[in-house]
Design a protein around this ligand. Sequence first.
Ligand code: PMP
Length: 421
Amino acid sequence: MDRPSLAELDRAHVWHPFTQADEWEEDDPLVVERAEGRWLFDTRGRKYLDACSSLWVSVHGHRHPTVDAAVRAQLDRVAHTTLLGLASGPSVQLAAALCARTGFDRVFYSDSGSTAVEIALKMAFQWHAQRGDTGRTRFAALAEAYHGDTIGAVSVGGIGLFHAVYGPLLMDVLRLPCPNGPDDGEAAVAVQRIEAAGDTLAAVIVEPLVQGAAGMRMHGREFLEPVLTAARRVGALTILDEVAVGVGRLGTFLATEQLDHEPDFVCLGKGLTNGYLPLAATLTRGRIYDGFRGDHGRTFFHGHTFTGNALACAAATACLEVFEAESTLDNVQARSTQMGSILREVSALESVASVRQKGMMAAIDLTDTQPRAGHRFCLAMRSRGVLMRPLGNTLVLMPPLSITDEELLFLGTQLVGALSG
Ligand code: PMP
């Protein structure tokens, strides 16, 4: 008897994330075998440009020699040791490098964007409580927010399709309006709601400048800064979830660098290890850390088994080094401009309703609003050698930050071809 193929075994045993089983089984799965730079190769030997950075994680490209070497070298020392009661070289080096790069003082490690957010929420609540501010029991979050899939992160999330079913399980969160485009009075309403909530608020959490999973909804400083300033005025802490926009995506290492606001927490994940290993970081200030000193009972009783994994930290430190060695942020500037011209060309096409872009994050809304139009378009792009993943009927362009001008030209040509077809 023939051995079952990988595709058959996948259908039989893998439960895919954010995927409807009936829809998944309609198509033949593409099985990735290997990768090189910005390109993925499937088990049939076909080659695809990774235009979604393997779901927004690949910063310098796959199999980057510096990151590969750092992981291999660490593997020859030790793969993992716990941070509960022990220190480890890779976790120390990465924390020091992240603090030097961002101006934060402390790094708390975990292994996904969701956990980085949970940690910030719990730290904010406990910090207030330990100062005697026990009435600060609520969080404020933006409409259409996405902060991850654990229950705390879902509570602050606001995407009906993903989150409504869990309603009975969630915390009561103060919802703030958020524009998609220039501020149209949303900031004033949000500020007023924050002021009304006053000293019941533990923290305000936002995805700064781009609400990724909501469909790449984009807002500007003129909306965000008054909201964050109001949070601070009422004594609430500010949490900037940079899981999607951080690590260079918007042209600065942190998106926060583009704001006149110094947040209490920044959450990083995704691109931190160049997508090699699951690692997330909650960055915070010395004054927050100091609020947990004292009696044993004031400890932050939180930590995951793989917190500060040595291989992941080694990959992340190497990833930071490559930012310097390859002047990655300069490439982001140049490629963002090039993406801008592609989007101008695309926006003139009949199949396109609107486009938007910040740095190397861009969205194309299709005029076709039939169910799964975005998915069908991405299948057409796949046959043209480009891998993308849509958000509903919005196409997402999130190529690796190291993409070359030729590769971006290829992406643009295929995009215009498929959208014109
Ligand atoms: N926050 C934001 C802004 C995100 O985009 C995501 C993931 N798309 C998360 C949190 C959750 O990250 P993870 O999937 O690693 O849990």
